[in-house]
Write a protein that binds this ligand. Structure first.
Ligand SMILES: *Cc1c(COP(=O)(O)O)cnc(C)c1O
Length: 353
């Protein structure tokens, strides 16, 4: 498929790099293509960022048939542009698509489309430490029909937003609350798909823990409220007795690309990593025995987010005296170093543009 390019006549003023707010400002261009049953994907175009028109009856607005992805582009000190494991994002998007009955996309074509888009907006990639260009591919049902069935029409888009350092003024360990009232998903549900519905259903819990003075939720499994699953929009790791433990992928948690990269990196360093089920009781017991040295969350947005305090029922557990752990820092520095080209890329994660 050819990609049509429509140039903007009004390039926007770029924001100051030290005052970027996550997801607020968007670049000059966006990518778009449409799907129609019987035709397939068509009309790929890179055009000026702007409003789109859909019918009020568009199915996504009613039944949330939608999937999204998140990845980043970075500028190296030499001014080169690079992406971090973008092929993994399109692979995962197709797995999410399959779960949500959305047609498969051509992963290779989209990687080329993404490269073309990033290239045309390359001046929008910030350069200061900790910054990057956040990339949001997403696909949604556009059939103008409010009966409940699988849509016959879709729109796929990529929009991009320059983002500032997550850690202005230093990496701050977060306060996380273990949620036991609300559930994010259950086995057989959509927990493994990166779909908007999972987020909508988590908002009430998010609001509740914010009011309690916590930043994020640690979700337990939806059935027994016993097994640890993930933190808000990130995966989670605990360093217990010298072993890095992260919940295994049982179909209810998101298969994070940062999670996978952290596991690969730790193994590359010769560390012990266990992907397995872990209960909140095992965690509190290990905590009481002084065995937990560090806890951190992993995701594209913050890369590594150390957990300072974990609230569970009436108690609060503090890890590493509420300070950033040595491993949290070392993993962050290594991943961000590879992403921005200041460190070697021994595991072949980088795609240069
Ligand atoms: C996107 C996401 C993650 C993190 O995945 P990455 O690929 O590392 O960014 C974790 N949990 C949920 C629920 C997510 O949506």
């Amino acid at each position: 498929m050819e990609i049509k390019i429509v140039k903007t006549l009004n390039p926007k003023q770029k924001p100051e790099e030290d005052s970027l707010i996550f997801g607020m400002e968007f670049t000059d261009y966006m990518f778009e293509m449409d799907y129609t049953d019987g035709i397939g994907w068509h009309d790929a175009i890179i055009k000026p960022y702007g409003a789109i028109e859909i019918m009020p009856s568009a199915m996504v607005l009613h039944y949330a048939q939608e999937v999204f992805e998140g990845l980043k582009a970075y500028k190296t000190r030499a001014g080169e542009v690079q992406l971090f494991r973008p092929d993994e994002n399109f692979k995962r998007m197709n797995r999410s698509n399959a779960r949500m009955c959305i047609p498969q996309i051509d992963e290779e074509f989209l990687l080329e489309a993404l490269k073309a888009l990033v290239k045309i907006d390359a001046a929008w990639i910030p350069k200061s430490p900790g910054t990057s260009l956040y990339i949001r591919p997403f696909v949604f049902a556009t059939d103008p029909f409010i009966g409940v069935r699988v849509s016959k029409r879709y729109k796929f888009m990529i929009i991009m937003s320059p983002v500032g350092s997550y850690y202005k003024g230093g990496m701050l360990p977060s306060r996380i609350y273990v949620e036991s009232e609300y559930a994010r998903t259950v086995r057989g549900g959509t927990g493994e798909a990166k779909c908007g519905g999972n987020y909508a259903s988590g908002l009430a819990a998010q609001q509740k823990v914010n009011e309690m003075g916590f930043e994020q939720i640690l979700w337990l499994d939806g059935e027994e409220r016993k097994y640890i699953e993930e933190v808000g929009t990130s995966n989670v790791f605990f360093l217990i007795d010298g072993v890095f433990v992260t919940p295994s992928l049982e179909g209810t948690i998101l298969n994070g690309i940062t999670r996978k990269s952290v596991i690969d990196l730790l193994k590359y360093w010769g560390e012990r990593v266990e992907e397995r089920r872990i209960t909140i009781d095992e965690l509190t017991e290990a905590y009481d025995q002084g065995k937990i040295k560090e806890a951190f969350a992993t995701g594209t947005a913050a890369v590594i987010s150390p957990i300072g305090t974990l609230g569970w029922q009436e108690r609060e557990m503090t890890f590493n005296a509420g300070k950033i752990g040595d491993y949290s820092k070392k993993i962050y520095d290594t991943l961000y170093g590879v992403q921005t080209g200041s460190l070697e890329d021994p595991l072949n994660w980088i795609v240069k543009i």
